[in-house]
Structures are given as structure tokens and as C-alpha cells.
Design a protein around this ligand. Structure first.
Ligand code: NAD
Length: 383
């Protein structure tokens, strides 16, 4: 007879079955306020290294699962970056393009009050939120990063913290990819904040790389002799696109995949390198500026082809290192110094481990991040 409890009760999948493992998440908190239709989600994944830093994402489709995955990614990124912070993330279900600024302010302020007592979570900007939102959060609860300089912030987009980190990462990565930065050709997909600053810092005289291709939503430009970066940035500042640049061949938006260069920097959207196109990439070194620009299958193909791909949470950590320096009261110069020191060492450690142990760079990076988080967890009181 199988008339047991299991046979009659439906099996219920809980949040724990879906997400929980030995690392977290420590807390999943929902914040609901019907008067302003606030529906917010906070996931503090792991705060053993320190209070979790992670952005607040505002989109109409953000889910608990998405926030959890992003929070977990921040756990690894922050641990690997070597900053004294754990990983967390938040989501507000709203469409920032379909609400007024006043409505957005109400949502953000109400959300901030909802997280006031979650001291182990420090919010920053993410998709749909910015410096102004972080100022509202700070006004409510005195706790946020990504602030304007008048509030003691270090404007990370203005100084190009992530792009700078990518260039420093390349300094360490060059020898593992058999590339010499001096004279190396660079193509960049996504010529926004990250892409423009990566181009600039890679071309600085101490590194000496040459931008040969840039892509944005409108198309791709290519000139094997080199593109004048300042001229291109000026076109972008005036609201133009890369195809407004005269002295280059104009190609389709998706043509970036076949461009020959030593270094490729994806700095636009997720999943642009896939199992279908990974065999076409014509470069030796990939610096992942965007988050998850390559699918798992694509990374496997690149590894087998011996194209060195430095994973996103290693290569694009300049921004969060800057946020941590800001939170601890540091200056812009200290942020540059920390990014340089940390990115050089972390990239080298990851790539050396990958080489020694025949691992993909992502597997090596996760293994280092996990062991740091595990060590921090070992210092917790057991009960
Ligand atoms: P951005 O909005 O300033 O720039 C994005 C660029 O990508 C633009 O030039 C846009 O035209 C281009 N683009 C968008 N869709 C495209 C498409 N389908 N094909 C080609 N180009 C396309 O954004 P950003 O701040 O530079 O961020 C870029 C990526 O880097 C994002 O994935 C972001 O999550 C990630 N990232 C950013 C930071 C940061 O400090 N800003 C830090 C870590 C990771």
C-alpha cells in the first residue's frame, strides 16, 4: 500500500530547494508597499567576508531567481576582487521608462526604508538605477555606493574604473595569451562607458595597444591601421554612433565576430558569443567587460581553441573595487591604486592556476573565490 504522506501530499518545491547550498543565500527579503505599488526583492547571498555590496536593478521583469543569480555572482566577484565585502543584489519590479521621476523617487525611497535594518546589504546602482537613486537611498538610510562626488562618491563611470580595470587585467593576461600589449590590435563590441574607457586605457603609452574596430547598436567600424579614439569618443559624446566616424570601413552590427584582432573586448550585452559563433572569433585574448557575454558552451569552445578568455567577474571588477574604496572613504587616486594592485594580482593568480591545473579560467577563478569565502565562513560561530 502506498498510502503514505508522500503519496497524497503534493511535493512542494521551496526556495531552499531551488537556490540554497553551502554558501547561501543568507536572506531573501520581499518588500511590498501597496500604496505606491512597490514590489522589491533583496537577496543577501553571503556576507561572511563583510557586508554585501551589490546593485539595485529596476526592470519590469526582475525575478527572485535573477536577483539570486546576480547576488551569487557578486559573492564570487567581491571575494575574487579581494575587497572586504560579500555578495548581494536587489530588484524592484517596475519599468523605469514608464514611470515619472517623482514616482521613481517614491519607489526608491520606500525601498530604502524597507532595507534600513538589513545592515549587511550596501546598495549600489545597476540597470534602471543611477547616482541620483543612490543619493535618495543615502538620504533615507545613510548607506549606499555609486554616489556623486559632492556626497563623497567617486564617479566610477566618469573616471572609467571598469575600463581601467580591463586594461590592467590585460597587462597580466598578455603573457598567458601570447600577446604583447605594445602594438596589439583591439576590437571592442559596445562602445559605451566600459568600451570607451577600455579603449583609452589600453592605448595609453605604457600599454600601447591600437583600436582597430568598434561596434555599437548602429554598426561596426574597422580600420586595420588604427582608429583615433579621442575623435570617436567626441562623436559619441555629441550623441552620434560609431558609424559617424569617417576614416574606417563601415560594417553591420554583427560583423564584429569576424574582425581580426589580438584582443577582443565584449562590452555590450549578455550572450553575444555563443556555440554558433565562437569558432569564428579571430583573436587571441578576450577581456570580458560585459557580464556573461559568452554562453557556457561558447567558453568551452574558446578554451578548446586556446583562445584565452578572462571571465567577466575577474576582468570587469574595477567598478566594484572603486565602489568599495568609496564606501571606506577613499579618494579617486586610491581607487586607481587599488584597482591596479588587485587586478594585476588576481588576474595573474587565476590564469596561473588555470594553466597549472588545466582548468578553464572561469573554473580557476571560481575555485579561488570559493576557497576565500569558505575560509571566511570558517571563522563564523558554529551555532
Ligand atoms: P553603456 O550603456 O554605457 O554601453 C553599452 C554599449 O553597448 C553602447 O555603445 C551600445 O550602443 C552598445 N550596444 C547595446 N546593444 C548592442 C548590440 N546588440 N550590439 C552591439 N552593441 C550594442 O553600458 P556600460 O556601462 O558600458 O556597460 C556595458 C556592459 O558592461 C554591461 O553588460 C554592463 O552590465 C557591464 N558592466 C558595466 C560596468 C560599469 O562600470 N559600467 C561594470 C561591470 C560590468
Amino acid at each position: 500500500m502506498s498510502n503514505t504522506l508522500e503519496a497524497v501530499a503534493p511535493v512542494q518545491e521551496t526556495m531552499f530547494d531551488r537556490f540554497a547550498d553551502e554558501f547561501g543565500p543568507e536572506k531573501i527579503v520581499y518588500i511590498y508597499e501597496p500604496r505606491c505599488n512597490l514590489r522589491g526583492i533583496v537577496v543577501i547571498d553571503n556576507s561572511c567576508i563583510g557586508p554585501a555590496i551589490g546593485g539595485i536593478r529596476m526592470t519590469p521583469t526582475v525575478t527572485t531567481e535573477e536577483v539570486f543569480r546576480l547576488a551569487r555572482a557578486m559573492t564570487w566577484k567581491n571575494a575574487l576582487a579581494g575587497i572586504p565585502h560579500g555578495g548581494g543584489k536587489a530588484g524592484i519590479i517596475a519599468d523605469p521608462r514608464n514611470i515619472s521621476l517623482a514616482e521613481k523617487e517614491v519607489l526608491i525611497r520606500q525601498f530604502a526604508r524597507g532595507i534600513e535594518k538589513l545592515n549587511e546589504y550596501i546598495p549600489g546602482p545597476d540597470m534602471g538605477t543611477d547616482e541620483t537613486c543612490m543619493a535618495w537611498v543615502r538620504d533615507e538610510i545613510r548607506r549606499s555606493v555609486g554616489l556623486s562626488s559632492v556626497l563623497g562618491g567617486i564617479p566610477l563611470d566618469q573616471i572609467g574604473a571598469t575600463g581601467y580595470g580591463l586594461a590592467v587585467c590585460a597587462e597580466s593576461a598578455q603573457k598567458y595569451a601570447d600577446v604583447e600589449l605594445k602594438g596589439a590590435t583591439v576590437s571592442i563590441q559596445g562602445f559605451g562607458n566600459v568600451g570607451q574607457h577600455a579603449a583609452r586605457y589600453l592605448a595609453e603609452p605604457s600599454r600601447g595597444s591600437i583600436l582597430v574596430s568598434a561596434t555599437d547598436v548602429d554598426g561596426t567600424i574597422y580600420n586595420p591601421k588604427g582608429i583615433d579614439i579621442e575623435q570617436l569618443v567626441a562623436i559619441m559624446k555629441e550623441g552620434g554612433g560609431v558609424t559617424g566616424y569617417k576614416d574606417a570601413e563601415k560594417l553591420d552590427r554583427d560583423a564584429f565576430i569576424d574582425i581580426e584582432s589580438d584582443i577582443f573586448v565584449p562590452a555590450a550585452q549578455p550572450d553575444v558569443i555563443t556555440a554558433e559563433n565562437a569558432h569564428r572569433l579571430n583573436c587571441k585574448l578576450i577581456l570580458q567587460g560585459a557580464n556573461i557575454p559568452a554562453t557556457k558552451e561558447a567558453e568551452k569552445i574558446l578554451y578548446e581553441r586556446k583562445v584565452l578568455s578572462v571571465p567577466d567577474f575577474v576582468a570587469n571588477a574595477g567598478g566594484v573595487i572603486c565602489g568599495s574604496v568609496e564606501y571606506h572613504g577613499g579618494t579617486k587616486n586610491q581607487a586607481f591604486k587599488e584597482i591596479k594592485e588587485k587586478m594585476i594580482v588576481n588576474t595573474r593568480d587565476v590564469l596561473q592556476k588555470a594553466k597549472d591545473e588545466n582548468l578553464t579560467p572561469r573554473a580557476a577563478a571560481i575555485s579561488i573565490a570559493k576557497s576565500r569565502v569558505k575560509e571566511a565562513m570558517s571563522y563564523r560561530r558554529a551555532n
